[in-house]
Ligand binder design. Structure first.
Ligand SMILES: [Fe+2]
Ligand SMILES: [Fe+2]
Length: 328
């Protein structure tokens, strides 16, 4: 898919020349330049890989007469028959891109200057219900985890990645049913779910879940996914408001986490490699830097979800307002 996209993009660049480059430059220059460079590198690497793997594949296909062949190169299995080359990408400093779970164009620098204190004042009955629900949900979390913020964050991220997926999925199905656009909201919500999942992938590098915590995740996911699914079907306005307040609580928890790092209660260990690449952090980044960017992400999720709820409050559908795509 990326190969096709990169090919069509490059074809577009060649055909339209300066026009495409100008359009990209008027958006976010550094991001688009970086992305274009990576796509080109992907395309070049893909052609290179195709050149190197095809003869070998053909040779094996003839000799073994099988329909599907797998060629092992440097310990990586490459599907040769289907013509899917492994992306060979590079970081900005030229070193090889080590991740398959996310690509260079998925990375970003978080806006850590975002206001952490913004709060939606609950005025209507639904808002007050959402606010109280989140406050009540916090009680068992506080009792169970207390000040074990690493563990707490890891467990909560398993829940935080659910609403975006449910909302995005339901908007996707609605778009199919009604033959209409979503205004970018499907992607915005799915991006949020992916971003939360990356928080989790980062946290598990720092905290290893115990067997009973895994069991708890299983149970909580089963209950929360179904409850949120029904809630979103009945009232997306309330569902987004609850997520908005959950994000406010997440900001509070990560602020406490940072306080414990500053006071020395939690060791400020080096940042996991996955976090350095995902948030484009410096090589010498540490846990404090990671928690700072995660907290900034939560503040962006807070804004997106309160905004989505406000749109519904105005009696409109999400597609009527521009989706906050790329809002980090
Ligand atoms: Fe998160
Ligand atoms: Fe979040």
């Amino acid at each position: 898919m990326y190969h096709l996209v990169s090919r069509s993009l490059i074809r577009g660049l060649v055909n339209s020349g300066g026009a495409t480059a100008t359009a990209a430059a008027t958006a976010t220059p550094s991001f688009y330049a970086y992305r274009r460079m990576m796509l080109m590198s992907s395309s070049a690497a893909a052609s290179e890989a195709a050149k190197t793997t095809t003869p070998l594949a053909e040779e094996k296909s003839v000799s073994e007469g099988k329909t599907e062949k797998k060629v092992e190169e440097s310990g990586v299995v490459v599907s040769s028959y289907w013509g899917i080359p492994r992306h060979k990408l590079a970081r900005e400093d030229g070193t090889e891109w080590p991740w398959n779970c996310f690509m260079p164009w998925d990375t970003y620098r978080a806006d850590v200057t975002i206001d952490m204190h913004k709060h939606h004042l609950p005025k209507t009955f639904l808002d007050k219900f959402a606010y109280r629900t989140v406050k009540i949900l916090r009680i068992p979390t506080d009792i169970f985890f207390q000040r074990r913020y690493g563990c707490r964050a890891m467990m909560l991220e398993t829940v935080a990645a659910v609403p975006g997926m449910v909302g995005g999925m339901l908007l996707h199905l609605r778009s199919l049913r009604k033959f209409e656009h979503s205004g970018g909201w499907i992607k915005a919500l799915l991006d949020e779910a992916e971003n939360e999942r990356m928080h989790l992938m980062t946290m598990v590098e720092l905290v290893k879940p115990k067997w009973y915590e895994r069991l708890m995740v299983l149970t909580v996911q089963g209950v929360f996914f179904n409850a949120f699914f029904v809630l979103y079907l009945c009232s997306p306005k309330l569902a987004h408001r609850i997520v908005g307040y959950l994000e406010e609580e997440a900001i509070h928890s990560y602020t406490e986490f940072l306080r414990d790092i500053d006071s020395g209660l939690i060791e400020n260990v080096p940042a996991p490699a996955i976090a350095i690449d995902y948030w484009r952090l410096p090589h010498e980044a540490n846990l404090k830097d990671v928690i700072t960017v995660i907290r900034a992400d939560e503040a962006h999720h807070r804004d997106v979800n309160h905004f989505a709820s406000d749109i519904h409050y105005q009696g409109k559908e999400l597609k009527e307002a521009p989706a906050p795509l790329g809002y980090h």
